[in-house]
Design a protein around this ligand. Structure first.
Ligand SMILES: [Zn+2]
Length: 263
């Protein structure tokens, strides 16, 4: 009898707690949020300590709840898009030097790891691209937004220093030697760079970036296939596209790129 009474009491209490919570949900959430904002560092510190003390447990939990966690993260990102963007931006800027130093110091190791991984997962790149097309487009956009000044600076440097002057003159000389029709000026090449807004004609990668210091001058219709050496037949490309394109025409190569996208 007593036990039953106790149970009833507990149930009533739970019921009233629940009612209180439902009636004051917004207020409670707001309070929690305020508490969290005010104690952010302390909470992070506690979490970190807890995590370090329970590393194995945390790992097991993550393994067992992988999908749930991913889903939760996704929901959080969607609900806090601006915040996440701001956080990423700050993190990237705050850790840019460290990240770069780390990558430079471990360049070979990172490359080796990648190579091994790609060998074991030959379709990785294609699948990743396919699965993340929108995310990648968004990332590119974010990158461009975040690096507007840097990109503008790169373009300026390119125009001022004409780093490819020599390359351009070699290019023209080769064309002359082959007895091809046409020539172009460095000014035309600079205008073309402006026209392409600093991006690879084929894949849209940023030209003259920290990743790819070389800009390739491509004959859209290769000279060996009857292309001329006028500026209309020239495209500025990243080294990867230029090498991959080889003796294909620009139309054939763009077709091929699109087909790769669709697979
Ligand atoms: Zn490219």
């Amino acid at each position: 009898m007593e036990a039953v009474l106790r149970m009833t009491k507990i149930a009533k209490r739970q019921e009233s707690d629940k009612r209180y919570y439902m009636a004051n949900r917004e207020k409670i959430r707001e309070k929690q949020k305020q508490y969290y904002e005010a104690h952010r560092e302390q909470i992070a510190e506690n979490q970190k300590r807890y995590y370090e003390a329970n590393r194995d447990k945390a790992m097991q939990y993550r393994e067992a709840n992988r999908d749930k966690i991913a889903e939760g993260k996704k929901r959080y990102r969607e609900a806090n898009r601006e915040r996440v963007r701001e956080y990423n931006k700050q993190y990237y800027e705050a850790n840019y030097e460290t990240g770069r130093e780390y990558r430079q110091a471990h360049r070979d190791q990172i490359a080796e790891n990648w190579k091994r991984y790609l060998e074991a997962h030959p379709d990785y790149k294609k699948q990743y691209y396919k699965a993340n097309r929108e995310k990648l487009a968004e990332k590119n956009k974010q990158y461009r937004e975040m690096h507007q000044e840097q990109i503008a600076e790169q373009k300026k440097r390119w125009v001022e220093a004409n780093p490819d002057k020599k390359r351009a003159s070699n290019h023209r000389r080769r064309a002359r030697l082959k007895g091809c029709e046409g020539s172009y000026t460095t000014k035309e090449l600079n205008d073309l760079f402006e026209q392409q807004e600093g991006y690879c004609f084929y894949c849209g990668a940023l030209l003259y970036s920290s990743f790819d210091k070389e800009i390739h001058i491509d004959h859209k219709i290769p000279l060996c296939r009857g292309g001329e050496n006028y500026i209309e037949n020239i495209a500025l490309t990243c080294s990867k596209c230029n090498l991959k394109k080889n003796k294909k025409t620009h139309e054939e190569f763009l077709d091929e790129l699109q087909r790769c996208d669709r697979i």
